[in-house]
Design a protein around this ligand. Structure first.
Ligand SMILES: [Zn+2]
Length: 353
């Protein structure tokens, strides 16, 4: 029985055995004990950013992908969930508890937290301060610039427009991002599965002894997985339970805020009540999920996001830290950038089998 076989359960019946859980935990412990930290220099660094990929989005996508493949969704693992080291990144900006895609790009690419809506400039630059953004001392250099200065090549691949805040953080310096909306609803699950597939491809093409792969998100969203649905209940559909107040079904996924409020609530004889979702399109490709506060667009969420790391110095990425630590840890592993690096401390040891 190979490692993939034991993860891919076909039936929830297998979860009902004491022996299953004992051996499952022992296997995970054994895997951890047999993973020494990789302390070689990183020849390559591949940084994957899932825009708005909150922890509940990862959980829901893991279950979703497993259910698509006909296995028990809760047991599934997305490609980056197989990484040995995981930490949490605090995503707030200098002046906002909940951040946008622009100020976070300055943190995870240039190592400096900045003001909401600004890209590639220091916190001295307020939003719309174009003169300030032009001053050389206010400009930040991204890890891509550090790499080129270190005579390495750097590249950006994106599924958004190159001027979207996240990829723009690699090369731009602006005091106001061009507003572009992030994803919403069930598309997030499909996109996370595709994201996982791209990471799988990158792992096939590289050697973990010399390539550091880091996977994280810029900020979270307001999605939650709630109620008490049965194991393997369709994650994108209705909960297997009903509300104990209005006795109507509800979706397992919901958002704290978002558009089309009237699709989920109606007023009857002066009383506001929930719409019965039994005949709704919940679970369809473009379905929207219920939400609390009406907004023209769902906002970002302020919860920490996970950082998954694999390869040289991946063990540095554990713990809870500020988002702007991420590029300095990548720089340490690959001997790049203005911060402390591995090469400063000891002679360079490359992987040489
Ligand atoms: Zn974003």
């Amino acid at each position: 029985m190979g490692p993939e076989r034991v993860w891919n359960l076909r039936s929830v019946e297998e979860l009902k055995s004491k022996e299953f859980w004992f051996h499952d935990a022992q296997r995970t412990l054994f895997e951890k004990l047999s993973t020494p930290p990789n302390q070689y220099v990183a020849k390559n660094v591949i940084f994957f950013l899932g825009d708005g990929m909150s922890v509940p989005t990862v959980t829901a996508s893991r279950i979703f992908e497993g259910q698509l493949r006909g296995v028990v969704g809760e047991r599934n693992r997305l490609e980056f969930e197989k990484f040995n080291f995981v930490g949490l990144s605090k995503t707030y900006c200098v002046n906002k508890q909940v951040s946008d895609s622009a100020c976070t790009a300055s943190a995870y690419l240039s190592g400096i937290k900045a003001n909401y809506l600004t890209i590639g400039v220091t916190p001295n630059v307020q939003v719309n301060d174009c003169a300030g953004a032009r001053l050389p001392q206010n400009r930040l250099s991204s890890i891509a610039a550090w790499a080129m200065k270190g005579r390495k090549s750097a590249g950006v691949v994106t599924t958004t427009r190159i001027t979207h805040a996240s990829p723009a953080g690699v090369y731009a310096h602006t005091s106001n991002r061009d507003f572009e909306s992030d994803f919403d609803a069930k598309k997030a699950l499909d996109e996370t599965v595709q994201f996982s597939n791209a990471i799988k491809k990158a792992r096939l093409l590289t050697n973990p002894w010399d390539t550091l792969i880091v996977v994280t998100a810029d900020h979270g969203h307001t999605v939650s997985i709630s109620g008490y649905p049965d194991v393997n209940n369709s994650i994108a559909g209705l909960n297997s339970e009903f509300s104990d107040v209005d006795s109507k079904p509800y979706a397992t996924l919901s958002y704290a805020n978002g558009p089309e409020f009237q699709k989920f609530y109606q007023s009857k004889d002066g009383v506001v009540e929930r719409v019965d979702l039994t005949t709704s399109d919940i679970g369809d490709k473009d379905a929207r999920y219920p939400h609390g506060v009406p907004m023209s667009e769902e906002t970002h969420g302020g919860g920490d996001v996970a950082v998954y790391a694999h390869g040289p110095w991946a063990h540095l990425f554990t713990g809870v830290y500020e988002q702007n630590t991420i590029p300095f840890m990548m720089g340490y592993a690959s001997c790049l950038g203005p911060g402390m690096t591995y090469c400063d401390l000891q002679p360079k040891v490359s992987y040489n089998p």
